[in-house]
Design a protein around this ligand. Structure first.
Ligand code: ZN
Length: 170
């Protein structure tokens, strides 16, 4: 699990790498608990490839409400311009089918599906990794607790023996 630093050594922050006095519990810069702990999110961010970064940016953008607003606006403008209402503009996509608009929206949907899948797969990997780390920590905690319990039992039986010896002597 974690390597216990000696009392005089500075404790590193696993997220930002800053060194802090041994008595510190949380990093004042990023708020993470200091020590030899692991943070799955930071590990994942560090190993993220370029296309995954791009997929995450796209996913964040398309899940924002402004994305829908922009789409409603440009589709409405497209339809108005091609309806013939605005005389100054020559039609470039005939109603009512709007073939070019349908094609563009289909291409966009294909690309967005790809980016969303990349992002979703990464999120699933992150959740799985975090669950593994939780399990690992639970197992290690359980081992430490059972070891402490054994030692406490040992101390208790030794004390009982000492008390019994003292009673015999008195
Ligand atoms: Zn930090």
């Amino acid at each position: 699990m974690t390597t216990k630093p000696s009392n005089s050594e500075p404790v590193p922050c696993p997220a930002c790498g800053g060194l802090h006095p041994p008595e510190s519990v949380f990093c004042p810069h990023c708020g993470k608990a200091v020590g030899g702990l692991r943070y799955v999110r930071e590990e994942f961010e560090a190993t993220r490839r370029r296309y995954e970064q791009f997929a995450d940016v796209v996913t964040r953008f398309v899940s924002a409400p402004s994305y829908f607003g922009v789409h409603i606006l440009w589709v409405a403008v497209w339809m108005v311009l091609n309806s013939g209402v605005v005389m100054a503009v020559r039609r470039f996509d005939d109603p009512p089918s709007y073939n070019l608009l349908a094609l563009l929206l289909s291409i966009e949907a294909i690309f967005l599906t790809g980016f969303l899948l990349v992002s979703q797969t990464r999120e699933a990997d992150y959740e799985r990794k975090r669950a593994e780390l939780d399990y690992e920590t639970a197992v290690q905690t359980n081992r430490i607790l059972s070891d402490m319990s054994t030692r406490l039992d040992d101390i208790a039986s030794r004390m009982e023996r000492i008390e019994a010896d003292l009673r015999k002597e008195s």
